[in-house]
Design a protein around this ligand. Structure first.
Ligand code: SAM
Length: 312
């Protein structure tokens, strides 16, 4: 299948409004190429390993790329996008070069375009995430390595919410624990839980692409005997008593199944939640307390929050 790649060379201050215009026009995601990424001081508590290639970034400004099926936009639609972008200058937004280009690319090209930005990253005391197409030599003997190919599912393992969940799992999971991972995506949290000693992990996702990706990654990491991957809507119709439930899903969704999580956990069981943007943290905390949980720990990274709550 052919896709249209729309790329706009602009400035950093125009990234948000232009990304919004592209989303409104039907693009399901955007890729931002910004040289600042090369200069950024990374939080180095865990000595993350970044190997970004300067050739992937523009010398000046930012390039925003969006992908849509090749016949999605008529010339009129493109003109409307250009108009909407030009109008931003009325709000004193500097558009820089403001150059829009359209290229035709193959399915394969854009589905894998993000791979060049994804390299081994040490994300916690014990875990390093290594993309399947990279080679990596462990630095420490007790390092746990998760090999991952997220494909089109969420979960390269490096998003702040995933990092917070893995760090929380590292503190929480005990040998032979029985765990549920709600919204497993690439399966990264289920794999981490297995490597930390869980006896059984149930990995759930509504999206069949995620289910397939999680299956594949569990095989790859040799934890398929511990993790059962299943297509499921949140915790609907799930039974049994669990030691830990982890869910990295948006706050709006978490609040919908807090009571079900509470019911499934044993006394003293832990509910790890992330995907919570800072402005939603109080709403989730109140809902946890209302359900009977005690919030044991609040973790933050960038604008994201994770809670470790215990069933009292
Ligand atoms: C933010 S991603 C988290 C992926 C992975 N667990 C991680 O931490 O990187 C959220 C996942 O939740 C899944 N999801 C969204 N709504 C869901 C629902 N109602 N039931 C099950 N999964 C859902 C999405 O398909 C997506 O894979």
């Amino acid at each position: 299948m052919k896709w249209s790649e729309i790329s706009i060379h602009t400035t950093q201050e125009a990234v948000e409004p232009i990304s919004h215009i592209l989303h409104e026009a039907g693009a399901s995601g955007v890729v931002i190429e910004d040289k600042v990424e090369l200069l950024k001081e990374r939080e180095s508590v865990y000595g993350e390993i970044y190997q970004l290639d300067p050739n992937d970034y523009p010398d000046e400004g930012v390039v925003i790329k969006a992908y849509v099926p090749v016949d999605h936009f008529s010339p009129e639609n493109i003109a409307e996008i250009k108009d909407a972008i030009n109008k931003l200058s009325e709000y004193q937004i500097d558009l820089g070069e403001n150059e829009l280009q359209i290229n035709e690319v193959d399915d394969e090209d854009w589905a894998t375009a993000w791979k060049k930005y994804y390299h081994p990253v040490k994300i916690s005391d014990r875990f390093t995430i290594v993309p399947t197409w990279e080679t990596y030599e462990p630095v420490h003997s007790d390092e746990l390595i998760i090999e991952l190919d997220p494909g089109m599912a969420f979960g390269t393992g490096t998003h702040p919410t995933t990092v917070l969940c893995i760090q929380a799992l590292e503190k929480t999971v005990e040998k032979d624990d029985v765990i549920i991972d709600v919204g497993t995506g690439s399966g990264v949290l289920s794999i981490a839980a297995s490597m930390l000693g869980a006896k059984e992990v149930l990995a759930l996702d509504l999206d069949p692409v995620a289910v397939e990706s999680a299956h594949m990654n569990c095989e790859l990491n040799k934890v398929a005997n511990i993790v059962t991957v299943k297509q499921n809507n949140l915790l609907h119709d799930i039974e049994g008593t669990k030691d830990v439930i982890v869910a990295n899903i948006l706050a709006e969704i978490i609040v919908q199944f807090i009571d079900e999580a509470y019911a499934l956990l044993k006394q003293g069981g832990k509910f790890i939640t992330s995907g919570i943007i800072d402005m939603k943290k109080e709403e989730v905390k109140l809902a946890l307390i209302k359900a009977g949980f005690e919030v044991e720990e609040t973790k933050t990274l960038e604008d994201w929050v994770a809670y470790i709550a215990v069933k009292k």
